[in-house]
Design a protein around this ligand. Structure first.
Ligand SMILES: [Zn+2]
Length: 276
C-alpha cells in the first residue's frame, strides 16, 4: 500500500508550532483541509477533539493517531506532523507525543482507513522510520521516508506476503498485529470485489492469496461474519465497538487493548475489533 498516496504535501508538517493538544489538532486539520470550505473545517476539528476527549489516540512510543470520520470528503487524507518539544496527549505510556498521524476519512471508506492504519503501524514497527520522520526536518524528506516505508504496490506486497520471510516479519509484530493486517486486507478485497465490474478474477486471486495466510480459526469466524453481512472487522474506539455501537465493560475493554496474541472480538456482535 502506498501510504504517500493519502498524504498530501500540504499536510506534512516537519515542525509543528502548537504546544498544546487542542492547538496541535487545529494546526494539523487546518493544514490538511486548507482550500476546503470553512463549513467543513470547523466540524472536523470538533469531531477530532471530542474523539480525543473520549480516549487518547496516543498509542505509546511518542506516536498518536488522531482521526475522524468526515462526510463530504472523497477519500482518506492524512497529515503527518512532528513536534520537537512534544505534546502532552495523556498517552498510555505517559510519554509526550512527538509524531502525529491525523487521518480523516469518509464514512463509507472504513476499510481503506483500517488498511491505512495497518500500513502505517507496519511501516513503523521494528524500523527506524519513526525516528527518521522525527528528525527529517523537511516535508520532502518525510514523504520519502514514508514512501520507502510502505511504498510497495498491493501487488508487490502480495508477492512478498507469499514468502515465508515476509510472514516471519509479520509475526514479529505480535500475532494479533499480523492477523489484523491480513483481515484489513481481506475486508478491502471483499469491498473491491463487491463493487468491481471487471478484473474480478485477479481480485479473487489476490484475496485467496491472503486467505491462505490467515489462521484457520480466524478465517472460519471471518466467513461466518461475512455471511451475516456488513463488515467483519471494525474499529474499537473509546471502549465502544463501532460495529454494533455497544460500550463494552471496562475490564473487557482493557483486555482488548492489551491483547497481542490473537485478534479480539466484540462480546456483543462478535465482530473482529481493531483498537485505535
Ligand atoms: Zn460489537
Amino acid at each position: 500500500m502506498d501510504l504517500t498516496k493519502h498524504v498530501p504535501k500540504r499536510g506534512v508538517l516537519p515542525a509543528l508550532k502548537a504546544t498544546s493538544k487542542v492547538d496541535v489538532l487545529r494546526e494539523m486539520s487546518e493544514a490538511l483541509l486548507s482550500g476546503k470550505k470553512k463549513s467543513l473545517r470547523a466540524p472536523v476539528l470538533e469531531q477530532i477533539v471530542s474523539r480525543e476527549a473520549l480516549e487518547s489516540t496516543a498509542l505509546g512510543h511518542g506516536i498518536a493517531f488522531p482521526h475522524a470520520r468526515v462526510s463530504g470528503l472523497d477519500d482518506l487524507v492524512c497529515a503527518v506532523g512532528v513536534s520537537r518539544k512534544g505534546i502532552d496527549f495523556r498517552s498510555v505510556d505517559e510519554g509526550k507525543v512527538h509524531l502525529l498521524f491525523m487521518m480523516l476519512y469518509p464514512p463509507n471508506k472504513q476499510s481503506a482507513y483500517l488498511n491505512f492504519v495497518a500500513g502505517v503501524v507496519r511501516a513503523l514497527h521494528g524500523s527506524d522510520r519513526a525516528d527518521e520522520l522525527r528528525t527529517a526536518g523537511d516535508a520532502s524528506r518525510m514523504l520519502a521516508v514514508l514512501g520507502d516505508g510502505a511504498g510497495e504496490t498491493i501487488e508487490a506486497e502480495n508477492a512478498a506476503l507469499g514468502k515465508k520471510s515476509a510472514i516471519g516479519a509479520l509475526e514479529a509484530e505480535g500475532l494479533a498485529g499480523a492477523e489484523l493486517f491480513l483481515l484489513a486486507r481481506l475486508e478491502l478485497y471483499s469491498e473491491m470485489l463487491g463493487g468491481a465490474r471487471q478484473g474480478k478474477k485477479a481480485l479473487q486471486r489476490k484475496r485467496d492469496d491472503i486467505r491462505a495466510l490467515v489462521d484457520r480459526r480466524i478465517l472460519q469466524h471471518y466467513d461466518r461474519l461475512k455471511k451475516r453481512g456488513g463488515p467483519a472487522l471494525v474499529t474499537f474506539e473509546g471502549g465502544v465497538c463501532q460495529g454494533c455501537s455497544v460500550k463494552l465493560p471496562s475490564q473487557q475493554a482493557q483486555r482488548i487493548r492489551k491483547e497481542t496474541k490473537t485478534v479480539a472480538t466484540c462480546g456483543h456482535c462478535h465482530r473482529f475489533l481493531y483498537p485505535i
